[in-house]
Design a protein around this ligand. Structure first.
Ligand SMILES: [Zn+2]
Length: 231
């Protein structure tokens, strides 16, 4: 089984300390009719991730009705840069699958997740920074399938047996608005050199010209969802 790299461990610790990777308040998650889950099918990790789905359903009184859309790389395949499967339009295929799942199963909550360590990501030479950035790049497209849907982004981490700062496996919530602000203020300087194209949607604009509240404006149109952190 793959081990979390020192680099990815450092990234996750930094994102935790910066408040970018948050503990999830499961009571705030609306999944009364189930949840469409986009994640990597990693056989060593999915049981833990699915236990998390079930725990949330139990905690908030919803149905434990997860509808999995699993792809190697998880929600990173939502990136329209098509890095994991060049030329295959996996992002378009994923969006079609989401629309079908919503229509067939009447589920309007979507969890988009990447994880570390991820074998597919490692094979493609990607770090957890890339996987998070790719998921966040694709998040607005997932939301656009049906803007009334709730889309929650998460990062699942297996710290392995040698890491002592957390329990072995954890699932964190990540907000798109918080991520973009972090990237503008810190992430680009720290990790921008890892990217050929800046992953921020306004990354070609001069620093400081980025929109602060891009995502809250988008999310505020969801009836009854104004109090939930933007994702
Ligand atoms: Zn994986």
């Amino acid at each position: 089984m793959a081990q979390l790299s020192d680099f990815d461990y450092g990234v996750i610790r930094l994102l935790r300390e910066a408040g970018v990777l948050e503990n999830e308040d499961v009571r705030e998650i609306v999944m009364s009719n189930g949840v469409i889950t986009i994640r990597c099918p990693d056989c060593d990790q999915k049981d833990d991730a699915e236990r998390h789905d079930a725990a949330i359903a139990h905690a908030n009184g919803g149905l434990n009705r997860a509808h999995p859309l699993y792809h190697h790389g998880g929600a990173a395949v939502a990136s329209h840069d098509d890095i994991l499967y060049p030329g295959r339009n996996i992002a378009g295929y994923l969006l079609l699958q989401i629309a079908e799942a919503e229509g067939i199963k009447n589920i309007h909550t979507i969890v988009a997740e990447v994880h570390a360590p991820c074998g597919k990501g490692a094979d493609a030479g990607l770090t957890v920074v890339h996987l998070i950035a790719m998921m966040m790049q694709g998040k607005p497209d997932i939301k656009a399938v049906d803007p009334t849907n709730i889309v929650i982004c998460r990062v699942h981490v297996d710290y392995g047996e040698l890491r002592d700062s957390e329990t072995q496996r954890r699932t964190y919530f990540i907000s798109l608005g918080v991520w973009l602000t972090f990237w503008r203020d810190h992430g680009r300087e720290l990790w921008g050199h890892l990217f050929e194209v800046d992953p921020h949607p306004e990354g070609r604009q001069p620093t400081g010209a980025l929109t602060e509240d891009l995502e809250p404006a988008r999310e505020s149109s969801i009836p009854g969802n104004q109090e939930r952190p933007a994702c």
